[in-house]
Ligand binder design. Structure first.
Ligand SMILES: Cc1cc2nc3c(=O)[nH]c(=O)nc-3n(C[C@H](O)[C@H](O)[C@H](O)COP(=O)(O)OP(=O)(O)OC[C@H]3O[C@@H](n4cnc5c(N)ncnc54)[C@H](O)[C@@H]3O)c2cc1C
Length: 398
């Protein structure tokens, strides 16, 4: 059994970035993907500045930019009052080579990475194979995977990365807890070619619109706008996703004479959870397998990519002889970011957007106005929201 390699479970953005980073260190990898092909659903669409800086080494950023939309500014609005604060990444131009958010679908990144990896003889892809159990021994790991016809196979490797998403079979197989909470509302995401930028005054390409009764988010991609609308979980999905209900909600967001054209719709439950361990012997969790949070602020995929690169760098050192125990620093660094930065920021974003108490709302909005007006606070806010700060703070975590 070939075992001088790292097994990566999951060909999402996190698994493929980890694969690219290990392959660049001349370490053989095998990538196991449950689907027949790379998933191409509409999921994350925001790339933050440091993520683009990191992805440059794989030669994919130019293509992402060509397919995406550069967004130097983003905005916090109040549904009744209009723009409250517009943040400008020019304030962090000295901190990154990409002072903007790039709006581009995550499936474009995975396709670009696959193109590059497919040409590397040290990289193998196995599709249509679901990981179901992981076992470890003194010198390596054994992964059991199952084919759609029920046939099972064992695969050997020196180490294994579980990048198999929120329902991670790797995490479950090792009995690693995934504590946290489930957000009460369902998130409905809709895509439309409607030109919100012509219809809403002063609208930036990324806008968070707060309202005590119904907040929402507007995100522009190259050809479409995406709306994220919180939805009562008691509403049956067939109603929530029906043409009539969606049209009524779109008209509520912005009344217009014609009907809205909807090109894509999904409704999903959102959780805020962090794995109790990221490292278990020779097995490491990364991305959604290790942490999930609400999408407000676009930190799920970005944080996962930051995990993948941190993990790959340390694993490459272990591959060359560093002690396995040194992987503990990966857990200490990245679990801390998930718990103390991403979860806190995502929960804060949600509480600002849906705040009902008028006094608390006023204080939040005043604070945002004051932040944007003060260059020092403006820059500090952008360093935090674009995830630069969380990467800098890691340097102090041993
Ligand atoms: C519907 C939806 C919408 C989202 N929208 C946003 C958004 O707007 N903004 C945002 O920031 N984030 C969003 N997210 C979250 C974001 O997509 C994730 O943070 C990101 O995809 C994490 O990447 P990953 O590689 O860790 O996991 P994933 O992208 O989930 O990739 C995991 C991969 O593993 C495969 N896999 C799963 N189980 C197995 C198994 N047992 N064996 C083998 N392979 C397996 C899957 O098929 C998949 O290819 C959304 C998520 C969902 C579900």
């Amino acid at each position: 059994m070939k075992s001088e390699r790292v097994i990566i479970v999951g060909a999402g953005p996190v698994g493929l970035v980890a694969a690219a980073a290990l392959a660049a260190e001349a370490i053989s990898v095998v990538i196991i993907e449950a689907e027949r092909d790379l998933p191409d659903g509409m999921r994350a669409s925001t790339f933050h500045p440091p993520t683009l800086d990191m992805l440059e080494r794989f030669g994919v950023v130019e293509s992402l930019i060509a397919d995406g939309l550069i967004c130097p500014t983003w905005q916090f609005r109040d549904r009744a009052q209009g723009p409250i604060a517009t943040f400008d990444h020019a304030m962090i131009a000295g901190d990154t080579r990409h002072p903007y958010r790039l709006q581009c679908e995550q499936w474009r990144l995975t396709r670009l990475l696959r193109e590059q990896l497919a040409a590397n003889p040290d990289v193998e892809f196995i599709y249509d194979a679901r990981a179901i159990a992981v076992a470890q021994h003194a010198a390596g790991v054994t992964l059991t995977l199952e084919r759609p016809d029920g046939h099972q196979e064992a695969l050997g490797g020196r180490y294994l990365i579980g990048a198999d998403g929120a329902r991670s079979a790797v995490r479950k197989s090792l009995g690693i807890g995934f504590d946290g909470q489930t957000i009460p509302e369902i998130y409905l995401t809709l895509s439309t070619p409607f030109a919100y930028h012509d219809a809403m005054e002063g609208l930036t390409n990324i806008a968070y619109i707060s309202d005590p009764d119904e907040w929402f988010v507007l995100l522009r991609n190259r050809n479409l706008w995406r709306l994220l609308l919180p939805t009562d979980a008691a509403e049956p999905e067939a109603v929530m996703l029906s043409d009539a209900r969606i049209e009524a909600r779109m008209q509520q967001v912005l009344p217009q004479a014609g009907r809205y054209e909807i090109t894509h719709r999904t409704a999903y439950r959102v959780h805020e959870r962090v794995a109790e361990r990221y490292v278990d012997g020779r097995v490491f969790l990364a991305g959604d397998a290790a942490h999930v949070n609400n999408p407000l602020g676009g930190m799920g995929m970005n944080g996962g990519i930051h995990d993948a690169l941190n993990l790959a760098e340390k694993l490459a050192a272990v591959w060359r002889g560093a002690p396995l125990e040194s992987m503990g620093r990966y857990e200490r660094q990245r679990q801390r970011v998930a718990l103390e930065v991403v979860q806190q920021q995502a929960l804060r974003n949600r509480s600002i957007l849906n705040q009902k108490d008028p006094e608390t709302r006023r204080a939040f909005l005043d604070d945002l106005r004051a932040t944007v007006a003060d260059p020092v606070r403006h820059r500090a806010h952008l360093l935090r929201t674009s995830m630069v700060q969380s990467l800098r703070d890691l340097e102090n975590v041993e």
